[in-house]
Write a protein that binds this ligand. Structure first.
Ligand code: NAD
Ligand code: TYD
Length: 343
């Protein structure tokens, strides 16, 4: 059936992958991308999508109520999926305010428009970081959908606020909301401020790889396409008012990720540089994705050994190299602010 789906943050890493998936697998749907293109959005990310007649792009800010109302009035989306966010924990530590504005107030604007124009589904893309962290020595513990919200950073707090607001709009106004919370994504087109693309970029250039603390913090890594398939499954099979955890069954310590990247690139471990730890650094994230598996028939299909090779190969391709160089150029100020004198 033909649907109009409005995706926000569709020029970013996961939002673009989701648009690609929709254009490929739901070719009868119209895909609208609203993205203001912050530093985290390289405009060339959507070069291919712009050629597709089923794809429309609005360079607008989700906080702009008037503009959002105009777009909703014109496009009358059936489904809204909100990816747009400030997404980097380290930046939230340096400047929390923009995280509250975009991640909380922007979400409220989209949900008000969704109510006004009667969408069939509003989906909020969330993170496992809303559950806080797990101790490194309790491998038996995992986040489930009923794990209490217990945030550590301004980023995770803003995302938890957005999730709670979305669930409140469901209960109070009957907005047909679903929420998904996923673990750390990796794959092509991820901005090189996050661990995996940053380390690929640095290792490629024979620069030092800045590992926070002792590198023992653990993340659960999910290939971006698997995450996007999970969101589509929530839209098509999930129940409104519900939260679904999407995890990768793939926990790794940061230092092991860094060593895998170095090995894959044929570089030596002498490039590793242990630097001052992140304030409030979460120890371990680990998702129990049982509910999504049973209710949505969803499971991540990309093994990490395969996904990381595909990711590195993309960053080493001509397109990937060019894309990365454009991002790094716009990132110089941040690299200085976060890493200079951090040893
Ligand atoms: P990203 O930073 O790569 O992309 C975010 C996009 O949102 C960018 O294109 C940016 O321009 C856009 N944006 C920011 N502010 C906006 C605004 N005010 N109006 C319109 N557009 C705006 O982030 P990502 O990694 O693709 O993450 C997407 C979503 O998934 C976020 O909500 C994030 O919290 C969530 N998430 C990400 C991860 C991960 O590992 N990357 C894990 C869990 C959850
Ligand atoms: P990141 O990719 O920022 O994701 P998140 O903090 O949302 O999990 O970081 C992943 C892990 O890698 C996290 O434990 C922090 C660590 N890290 C480093 O050790 N060095 C770095 O330069 C960065 C960006 C992250």
């Amino acid at each position: 059936m033909k649907k109009t789906i409005l995706v926000t943050g569709g020029t970013g890493f996961i939002g673009n992958c989701f648009c690609k998936l929709l254009l490929q697998e739901r070719p009868e749907w119209k895909v609208i991308n609203i993205d203001v293109c912050t530093y985290a959005a390289n405009p060339h990310t959507i070069d291919e999508e712009l050629k597709n007649p089923n794809y429309v792009f609005y360079k607008e800010d989700i906080r702009d109520r008037k503009k959002m109302d105009e777009i909703f009035a014109k496009e009358r989306p059936n489904i809204v999926v909100n990816f747009a966010a400030e997404s980097h924990v380290d930046r939230s530590i340096k400047n929390p305010t923009i995280f509250l504005e975009t991640n909380i107030l922007g979400t409220a604007v989209l949900m008000d428009c969704s109510r006004k124009y009667g969408v069939e589904r509003y989906h909020q893309v969330g993170t496992d970081e809303v559950y806080g962290d797990l101790p490194l020595d309790r491998k038996d513990l995992f986040f489930t959908e009923s794990t209490p919200i217990h945030t550590s950073s301004p980023y995770s707090t803003s995302k938890a606020s957005a999730d709670l607001l979305a669930l409140a709009y469901h209960r109070t106004y009957g907005l047909p909301v679903t929420v998904s919370r996923c673990s750390n994504n990796y794959g092509p087109y991820q901005f090189p401020e996050k661990l995996i693309p940053l380390m690929i970029a640095k290792a490629t250039n024979n620069e030092k790889l800045p590992v926070y603390g002792q590198g023992l913090n653990v993340r659960d890594w999910l290939y971006v396409e698997d995450h996007c398939r999970g969101i589509l499954a929530v839209l098509e099979k999930g129940k409104v008012g519900e939260v679904y955890n999407l995890g990768g069954h793939n926990e790794k310590a940061n230092i092991d990720i860094v060593k895998i990247i170095l090995k894959e690139l044929g570089k030596g471990e002498e490039l590793i540089s242990y630097v001052a730890d992140r304030h409030g650094h979460d120890q371990r994230y680990a998702i129990d994705p049982h509910k999504a598996n049973v209710e949505l028939d969803w499971d991540p299909i990309t093994r990490f050994e395969v996904g990381i090779k595909k990711t590195i190969a993309w960053y080493q391709s001509d397109l990937g190299k060019k894309w990365l160089a454009e991002c790094i150029e716009s990132e110089q100020e941040w690299l200085k602010a976060n890493y200079e004198n951090r040893d």
